[in-house]
Design a protein around this ligand. Structure first.
Ligand code: FES
Length: 207
């Protein structure tokens, strides 16, 4: 959206901790909507480390399934699921059948909080270590403001400095979902104001 000669105001990073990439064996990578893009970077790194990768691409509806060819290029198998069933499986319940048939040594999930919660609940009975990437609301991103607090294994941690990756079986997703809603009225107002001022679809206020 920038013109030649313009610049981005500030960039800070990288923040947080790097992903743990090792040869685990068989890795199940599950990504939702826009988080499919970073998930595939991790799937690629897992493959390069010697893992066999199975990838699940999920989205609300078929228009939001992306990078399927890229996923196929680096995965042994690719499954697609949509909430409304317009492409692939309807919902993620098929994972229960998959886990009964196949053994996985690790699961990586990136996507909406509710999706990470659901997948973590599905993998828990199978004791598959499950890593979720949490993106709570952040302000400074450096451990000073405390806005990004998450509860993991009963401990208060910061998404920005202790994460972004956490154990999905120990994350308090219900608390995170509540915290993610803190700014909902302001987000809605901002979206309406953006529409009124001819803002673009991404929500950036052009006024
Ligand atoms: S964003 Fe402020 S402490 Fe994490």
């Amino acid at each position: 959206m920038l013109n030649q000669g313009e610049c981005i105001d500030n960039v800070t990073g990288p923040l947080g901790n790097p992903s743990e990439i090792k040869n685990y064996g068989k890795v199940l990578c599950v990504g939702g909507s826009v988080m499919i893009a970073p998930l595939l970077l991790q799937a690629k790194a897992m493959k390069e480390a010697g893992n066999k990768v199975t990838t699940v691409l999920g989205a609300r509806t078929k228009e939001f399934i992306m990078m399927e060819n890229e996923a196929k290029a680096l995965s042994e198998k690719v499954y697609v699921a949509t909430d409304d069933g317009t492409k692939g499986y309807k919902g993620l319940d098929f994972l229960k059948d998959l886990l009964q048939k196949e053994k996985f040594d690790r699961c990586v999930v990136m996507g909406p909080v509710i999706m990470m919660k659901d997948v973590s609940e599905i993998t828990k009975p199978y004791n598959i270590p499950t890593v979720v990437t949490l993106t709570p609301i952040m302000i400074d991103g450096m451990g000073m403001c405390g806005v990004c607090r998450v509860t993991v294994d009963g401990k208060m941690l910061f998404g920005c400095v202790d994460g972004p990756e956490f154990d999905g079986h120990k994350t308090d997703f219900d608390e995170l979902i509540l915290r993610q809603r803190t700014m909902l009225p302001e987000e809605r107002l901002s979206s309406v104001l953006s529409e009124m001022s001819g803002g673009c679809k991404c929500g950036r206020n052009q006024a």
